[in-house]
Ligand binder design. Structure first.
Ligand code: RB5
Length: 147
């Protein structure tokens, strides 16, 4: 799977750990940075870069990491077709794929440790949207984009 990955300066170490994990699993990672200690970025800009990659079909799913994961999810959810979920438990990371067809997972380096973060990633990537009754509800979410 092609995964778009991004972080701000609060989450560089965890982003790099996630990138390594994804590569070990055999995924192709499009790493949108940041890349170096001392580099700064505003999380809405990084959320937009990763969200735009999904919109253009350049990646199937995205992962965004900031201090809390919250800012990244708020920003990414402003983009059409993006359903970003901020998760710090494995159940939600799985259910947001199964029921909500989430296409971006966000979490916070200041909230979750490396071990939990990688479990969130595994749960998110290994779960598929169930469709059925959930599809109608996701369509209702999409319709809100027209308001
Ligand atoms: C940066 O200090 C911090 O505000 C950001 O990483 C994130 O937690 C925002 O939601």
């Amino acid at each position: 799977m092609i995964i778009a990955l991004g972080c701000d300066h609060a989450a560089l170490a965890l982003k790099d750990a996630v990138r390594e994990h994804l590569s070990e699993l055999g995924h192709e990672v499009k790493d949108f940075g940041i890349y170096k200690d001392g580099e700064k970025c505003d999380y809405p800009d990084k959320a937009a870069e990763v969200g735009h990659a999904l919109q253009k079909g350049e990646a199937a799913l995205g992962i965004l990491i900031c201090g809390t994961g919250v800012g990244m999810s708020i920003a990414a959810n402003k983009l059409r077709g993006i359903r970003a979920c901020c998760c710090s438990d494995v159940f939600s990371a799985k259910m947001c794929r199964l029921h909500n067809n989430a296409n971006i997972l966000t979490f916070g380096e200041r909230v979750v440790g490396r071990g939990l973060a990688l479990e969130l990633v595994d749960a998110f990537l290994s779960s598929e949207f169930e469709g059925g009754r959930h599809a109608r509800r996701v369509d209702l979410i999409t319709a809100l984009e027209e308001e």
